[in-house]
Design a protein around this ligand. Structure first.
Ligand code: SF4
Ligand code: FE
Length: 484
């Protein structure tokens, strides 16, 4: 089975006995939970679109390893075309879900671990690349959703992992056995973890020789003993329990993050991809972060397309579409959104092969991409709120709209252009609210700021890659400066 249907994906998650907690209670199954189900629906879209002939080229590839058609989310990029198609696929999925569809973290971890393990083995004669390829084939053949877990909780930011007051604040090896290792620690803000079959764990920062136990990378299934998740709250999440899909704004799709705890989880030897080779921790982090910063030039752009469309519909319904300042705001939103896309495509087009043969994005351009993502969606949201008007946050509930006495009053006073129903006007405003302030704001706003690394992390990488000496030499040559 190289490709699962969406329904098969949902049922496969149902079968995994995961330990999930939310609001102080154990969630028996995320598939049937009204708060968590929309996040599964977003991942499901990565399976549904792969079944459609019109999206086959974008969503699937023929695996060079197996010769079978596989989902692009389990693929190792083999060309700059692969890298560009990845971004285009992410834009498409953002358009179809208006949410974080979560499966990219595993794809980005796949590609970072693939090339890094190759280089570790070359230096040390280890077998991490072989281990990883075996795991990768298993995921390709079964079309699994794999998460990538990087962000440790980090405790005191001024201290290295081994200097922390509590040694578990960075995930670490607590026991080494002949058949594997036992790990303790936690990964924070873990996107899509409750919707995945497997998780690849990676270190979160570059490490020195004293952090040997923290330089660990591996993959385990989500029902591993000792592994559990505590789901993060999202703004307006309990609206999903109220029974009004209209008030949620985007009732079908969403994203999810959770604190993922590893309490003495056993990892067998053949699932280990890094174990104590501290100098490679930084390479793994840099490559994963680079790929995920590229990803944002696709996914956020697709969600931006929906938001721009929603703002334009709101303008139509308000009778304001012809006003020149509205037109100009929509142009500005488009300009910002397409600039992000330019960055995603550019860092892909300028990609290059690694020693292992897979393709890496241009790191400088990927970091510029993500740095722009920390800003532009905020401006796009600001303009959408401007166009939408205050009603997006003061509109009465669907229950009032349906009420026999209050409904006609709402119909009358919140009517925009006479040809459009008040319900449709309120629906589009709720969608904008969802993206700007509701559950989807996690993915479109704060995740744009901190996901794939906070802004300062990109600035450090931009500084490293900027080659200022070369630019100075250019200036001196033009100015005919000769220094002794
Ligand atoms: Fe994919 Fe974007 Fe979500 Fe990251 S933030 S998992 S790139 S949709
Ligand atoms: Fe993300």
């Amino acid at each position: 089975m190289a490709l699962m249907t969406g329904e098969q994906y949902i049922e496969s998650i149902r079968k995994i006995p995961m330990q999930i907690y939310m609001f102080g209670k154990k969630v028996e199954n995320p598939v049937d939970d009204p708060i968590l189900r929309p996040a599964l629906n977003s991942v499901r879209m990565t399976y549904d679109l792969a079944q459609m002939p019109e999206y086959q080229d974008l969503m699937t590839v023929i695996s060079p390893e197996t010769g079978e058609r596989i989902n692009r989310f389990t693929h190792i990029h083999r060309s700059t075309e692969d890298l560009r198609n990845k971004v285009k696929m992410q834009r498409l999925l953002g358009q179809k879900t208006a949410a974080c569809f979560q499966r990219c973290v595993g794809m980005d971890a796949f590609n970072a671990v693939y090339s890094t393990t190759y280089e570790i083995d070359k230096r040390y004669g280890t077998h991490y690349h072989e281990n990883f390829k075996k795991f990768m084939l298993y995921c390709q053949e079964n079309d699994l959703t794999v998460d990538g877990a990087m962000t440790d909780t980090k405790g005191d930011r001024s201290k290295a992992p081994h200097e922390q007051a509590d040694l578990d604040l960075f995930l670490r090896v607590v026991e080494r056995r002949p058949d594997g290792v036992v790990v303790c620690g936690a990964k924070a803000h873990q996107t899509g973890i409750i919707n995945s079959h497997e998780v690849i764990v990676m270190p979160t920062i570059s490490m020195g020789p004293d952090d040997k136990d923290y330089a660990i990378s591996f993959a385990v299934p989500l029902d591993s003993e000792g592994l559990y998740m505590i789901v993060g709250r999202q703004s307006c999440d309990t609206r999903k329990l109220e029974g009004s899909e209209m008030d949620v704004g985007n009732a079908e799709f969403g994203g999810v993050e959770a604190l993922t705890v590893f309490d003495h989880v056993f990892v067998p030897n053949d699932r280990i991809f890094l174990n104590g080779e501290t100098e490679f921790a930084g390479m793994l982090v840099e490559r994963f972060a680079g790929y995920h910063r590229q990803s944002y030039g696709g996914c956020k752009v697709g969600v931006g397309d929906v938001l721009i469309g929603a703002a334009a519909v709101a303008a139509d319904y308000n009778g304001a579409a012809k006003a020149s300042h509205i037109k100009d705001k929509l142009i500005e939103m488009t300009h910002l959104n397409e600039t992000l896309y330019c960055c995603g495509i550019a860092c892909s087009a300028e990609g290059h092969p690694t020693e292992s043969g897979n393709y890496m994005i241009d790191l400088l351009l990927a970091n510029v991409c993500k740095q722009n993502v920390t800003r532009f969606p905020y401006e796009i949201v600001r303009l959408a709120e401007d166009i939408a008007g205050g009603l997006m946050v003061t509109a009465p509930s669907e229950a009032d709209l349906r009420d026999p006495k209050l409904g006609p009053v709402i119909e009358k006073y919140f009517k925009g252009v006479s040809t459009v129903s008040t319900e449709n006007r309120l629906r589009i405003l709720r969608l904008i609210e969802n993206l700007a302030l509701g559950t989807a704001a996690v993915g479109y706003r704060t995740e744009s700021m901190h996901g794939a690394g906070s802004p300062q992390a990109q600035r450090i990488m931009i500084a490293r890659q900027s080659n200022l000496d070369h630019k100075k030499a250019l200036a001196k040559a033009i100015a005919h400066i000769k220094e002794d």
